[in-house]
Every structure is written in C-alpha cells, then in structure tokens.
Design a protein around this ligand. Sequence first.
Ligand code: ADP
Ligand code: MG
Length: 262
Amino acid sequence: MTESSTVSPSLDDTQPVRVDDTGQHPVSPVPVIEIEGVHKIYRTGALEVAALRGVSLTISAGEYVALMGPSGSGKSTLMHILGCLDVPTSGTYRLAGEDVSTMTEVDLADVRNRRIGFVFQQFNLLASLSAWRNVELPLIYAGVDRSARKERALAALDRVGMGDRVEHRPGELSGGQQQRVAVARAVVSDPALVLADEPTGNLDSVSAGEVLDLLAELHDSGRTVVLITHDADVADVASTTFRIRDGQILDNSAATVGSGSR
Ligand code: ADP
Ligand code: MG
C-alpha cells in the first residue's frame, strides 16, 4: 500500500461482494493469485540456493489447486511467498489484484491474519493452550472482542467435528484431531484463501481423508484452496494440479486456472 490508511483497503476494494456470515465467498473476477517470473534465492553464507526459478501462476477465486512436487522442489518456498510470509527475490506477486511488494508490513500482517488461512504439516498449535484458545488466536490479532472470539472459536471447532474436545490441549489429541483444530484456526477468521502445506503429511490415512474432506468443504463454501503435497493421490482431490520440480512449474503454459486466464 502506498497510503497507510486502514487495514488492507485494496484487498477489500477488489472483492466488491463481501463475505457473509454463512462463509460464502462469491467468485471475484480478479484472480486471487497472480505470480509472474518469481525467483527465490536463499543465501546462506557463500552458498546460494535457487529455490524458485521463474514461477508464473494464476489462480482464480474459488479454485481448488494442488501444487505437487518432490521434496526440495520449492513447494514450501512458494507457499511462503503466496502466504506473504516471505518475499520473492525477483518477480511479481499480485494478491487479489494488489502488488504485494507495495504493501506495508502492517498491511501484510493484516492480509496474513484475515485473508489467508494456513495449515501446516506439523499442525503448529501452541502446546500450552487448549484447542479453543489456539483457534481464537487469529481473532485476538484481528482485534475481535473476547466473547465473540470464544463463540467463533467454538463454532469453528464444531464445524471440524471437534466440538467435544475444545478444552483439550494439543498433547491430549491425536494427530488427526490436532490437524482438525489447525483447520479450525485457519478458517476462524473466514479467509478467502486457504493454503495447506502437506497437511496430511503426518497423518494416518483415515485422518488424512478427514482433513482432505474438510478442505473440500472449504472449497465448496467458495474459498480458494491451495494444497501442497508430494503425493499424487492427495493432489487428486484438487480440481487442478500444477507440478513443480527444481523450482519450476512443469507445463508452464497450463499454469492458469479459471476465469483469470489471459
Ligand atoms: P519443498 O517444500 O518442496 O520440500 P522447499 O521450498 O522447502 O521445498 O525447499 C526448496 C529448496 O530451497 C531446497 O533445496 C531447500 O534446501 C532450500 N531452502 C528452503 N528453505 C531454505 C532456507 N530458509 N534457507 C536456505 N535454503 C532453503
Ligand atoms: Mg515443504
């Protein structure tokens, strides 16, 4: 953002139809994700690793996209960039039409907090907090008041089938249950975009199936879902799969989904 006004104004502006309480996200004509020629070079001492080497990708609102590639191919690097957790070394990223490189740190924090839900392989729950306290965290950062936070956290846990475990701490839950709590945390702020990095990587097949079902529900309710995986069977649940290898998207010509095609 060039002006440091209210939180994330441009993202709101580019999504003229507001999200309603039922979690329906009407499809916006502006692609949610447009990255062009993105390179990411990690420099560690004298060593340089080119983790992304010219990635271009367009994803429209409401798509369910899998990014599939072997370990070390650059998937997590790409997810960090898509989630505004890191920035490209070169290339552009427009999120809901807005060039991320022009946003302030405050804007970016707001985007991460309100517009994007994250699910990680390691769940990333805080061990000392109960399930509902974990789920309410994004709402604390968003400035939601206490009673509304609890209500929304409990409702989110209910939606993922964890309504009877809200006082449990992560250590008292199975991996599959922890990941369901993590999905609840990802969606409690009602984000339009959900990024999941190997969300089933630490789960048995039954729990993995349950988590994939939850992601499918999020997609059905209109959210854009990006699922990162090394597993072709997991990638199959998405409508479109992009394959990534050595920091490049294979079949680059196909790296455009939905109405955002140009
Ligand atoms: P994937 O998620 O597909 O396994 P990553 O994006 O984690 O791949 O990593 C891509 C490449 O970048 C790998 O060679 C990895 O070693 C390197 N890499 C990832 N993160 C860092 C980092 N923070 N510093 C240096 N190199 C990194
Ligand atoms: Mg990874």
